[in-house]
Design a protein around this ligand. Structure first.
Ligand SMILES: Nc1nc2c(c(=O)[nH]1)N[C@H]1C(S)=C(S)[C@@H](COP(=O)(O)O)O[C@H]1N2
Ligand SMILES: [Mo]
Length: 257
């Protein structure tokens, strides 16, 4: 994604004003690490402000040479539903990502709509709690841009991601995979809705047609097979109420690496 100079000036100016981190634009531009963060923050004004305010770093990014020769697929590798099978047979032409809940304008976006939006590519390391890691290259649309399109309603605090698959339905009969993150992570510049892995369309095993990448958190937060994103002020009442499939089964909601 290309940065427009005016946009960048605005970003730098407003971030300085918002954080009081440094006193002038020149000082900020000369500060290599902050400038680097701003470069990577791309057009996400709100995200970069929060980033600076919270002193939250970016997850480490790697090079093509670091890509893992194989990237394990984990959890669901083929959603077990007729709806998903139908969508897959049609190459996901009829698939839509619904964005609703506490938004001003609910959205229904096709894969083509998402691919037409500005994209971000990042090479990152995925860490699963089961004890394996892999480095992959992900391309997708920054979640912040999708949220900007929908416009948040006052009071929205979390984005909840609903997936197409039921994982271990047998546990208690409520096996729908879902996840959630707060708005700080939602607007983080490396939080993307990814439709491409290692330069190719996302494979079904890895979450086709769309999955979340939320790079500062563990693997189970990276919801695959996205169908709907709901903005909420609390996740009480959403399945087990803990904000995610694994969270409802005892895992941490904030799975920071
Ligand atoms: N919908 C859905 N998303 C999911 C899972 C799943 O079973 N279903 N497993 C999670 C876990 S534990 C990991 S480690 C990653 C695995 O992603 P991968 O298959 O691309 O390696 O997806 C996460 N997202
Ligand atoms: Mo995982």
């Amino acid at each position: 994604m290309k940065f427009e100079l005016t946009r960048r000036r605005f970003l730098i100016g407003s971030s300085v004003a918002a954080t009081g981190l440094l006193t002038g634009c020149d000082a900020l531009v000369e500060n290599a690490s902050v400038n680097d963060i701003l470069q990577k923050a791309e057009a996400l004004t709100m995200g970069s402000q929060r980033l600076l305010q919270a002193h939250e770093p970016l997850a480490r990014e790697f090079t093509e040479a670091d890509l893992s020769p194989t990237f394990k697929a984990n959890g669901t590798q083929m959603p077990d539903s007729e709806d998903y099978a139908r969508l897959m047979e049609g190459s996901f032409a009829d698939w839509r990502l619904v964005v609703n809940g506490m938004v001003r304008t609910p959205l229904s976006l096709s894969l083509a709509d998402l691919k037409a939006m500005p994209s971000r590519t990042q090479i990152t390391r995925h860490d699963c709690v089961e004890g394996w890691s892999a480095i992959g290259k992900w391309t997708g649309v920054p979640l912040g841009l999708v949220l900007q399109k929908a416009g948040l309603a006052p009071g929205a605090r979390y984005a909840v991601f609903y997936c197409a698959d039921e994982y271990e339905k047998s546990l208690d009969g409520s096996g729908q995979y879902y996840e959630s993150i707060d708005l700080v992570d939602a607007y983080h510049p490396q939080t993307i809705l990814s439709y491409s892995m290692n330069g190719k369309d996302l494979e079904v095993a890895h979450g086709a047609p769309l999955r979340l990448r939320v790079e500062r958190q563990l693997g189970y937060k990276h919801a695959k097979y996205l169908m709907r994103i709901e903005l909420v002020d609390s996740f009480k009442g959403v399945w087990g109420g803990k904000g995610g499939f694994w969270e409802d089964r005892g895992y941490e909601w904030y799975a920071g690496i």
